[in-house]
Design a protein around this ligand. Structure first.
Ligand code: ADP
Ligand code: MG
Length: 267
């Protein structure tokens, strides 16, 4: 696979010859997987992973978050191996907040191990709650239907960004949302991304969403998992909804779809 890399830039996320077996090495669901994401500290970077179910997308995110270690190979964040202290939090499709805690408490969890006093934690959490558009909801329990699906995902995004604004890992985060909420969440994500210059790894099944949000779209095949396509999305850095009506946007969506179909036929 061709990697479009600029050697001047430091690496932020690196997977090297990663393999995964669940049966002691008889078969591999991931084999010699490589991915290099460079840091663009003043701009951020939006990477999208596409692939059929079972192509290993969630597993790759779990490696980067430190929730899972591969059977073999190297996973580094900021050029360092991941330790329990350097874990990166993740936003899942299922609502992942603690329903017996308030929005404020859930978001402040992002600062749990950072050695800050409670007042500072509350203040920083409050700031983030406002940024994700949840002002006025901070004392509600983070549960459905007290909060809507979109609001619960805002809680998860706030907690994750507070823990580590440099990297945001999102596994089909908008998959369970209705279309209106989904479009609102896309705009929120663009806004936050432009503010924090985060490196985002985003998994979705929605090709238009991938093209709209992504700088780099990777398509994965399964059995064993591998990146087989890398599409550079040459749309303006600042994305707005009007773009979706432009011919070039539609061409990109069609191109990605064609490649997805081709990759799926290989599986
Ligand atoms: P995706 O997120 O792309 O749908 P996953 O990363 O969840 O894919 O899974 C990749 C593959 O790994 C799938 O074939 C899945 O069945 C397999 N897998 C995941 N976890 C386990 C496990 N604990 N034991 C055995 N197989 C697993
Ligand atoms: Mg998955």
């Amino acid at each position: 696979m061709v990697q479009f890399t600029d050697t001047e830039l430091p690496n932020i996320i690196q997977l090297e010859n990663v393999s995964q077996s669940y049966d002691g090495g008889n078969s591999y669901i991931i084999q010699d997987f490589n991915l290099l994401i460079e840091d663009h500290p003043n701009r951020g970077q939006f990477v999208v992973l596409l692939g059929m179910s079972g192509s290993g997308k969630s597993t790759i995110l779990r490696y980067v978050s430190g929730l899972q270690k591969p059977s073999s190979g190297i996973v580094k964040v900021h050029d360092k191996l991941i330790t329990d202290e350097s874990r990166v939090s993740m936003v899942f499709q299922q609502y992942s907040s603690f329903p017996w805690m308030t929005v404020q408490e859930n978001v402040a969890l992002g600062l749990q191990f950072k050695g800050l006093d409670e007042k500072t934690r509350r203040e920083k959490a409050q700031e983030m709650i406002e940024m994700v558009g949840l002002a006025g909801h901070e004392n509600k329990y983070a549960q459905y239907p007290t909060l809507s699906g979109g609001q619960l995902q805002r809680v998860a995004i706030a907690r994750s960004l507070l823990a580590n604004p440099e990297i945001l890992l999102m596994d089909e985060p908008f998959g369970a949302l209705d279309i209106k909420t989904r479009l609102q969440m896309q705009e929120l994500l663009i806004e936050l991304w432009e503010k924090f210059h985060s490196t985002v790894i985003f998994v979705t099944h929605d090709i238009a969403e991938a093209v709209y949000l992504g700088d780099d779209v990777y398509i994965m095949k399964s059995a064993p998992s591998k990146i087989v396509e890398h599409i550079k999305i040459d749309l303006p850095l600042h994305r707005t909804r009007e773009l979706k009506r432009e011919r070039h946007f539609m061409e990109l969506v069609q191109d990605v779809e064609d490649r997805m179909v081709q990759v799926a036929s290989l599986d």
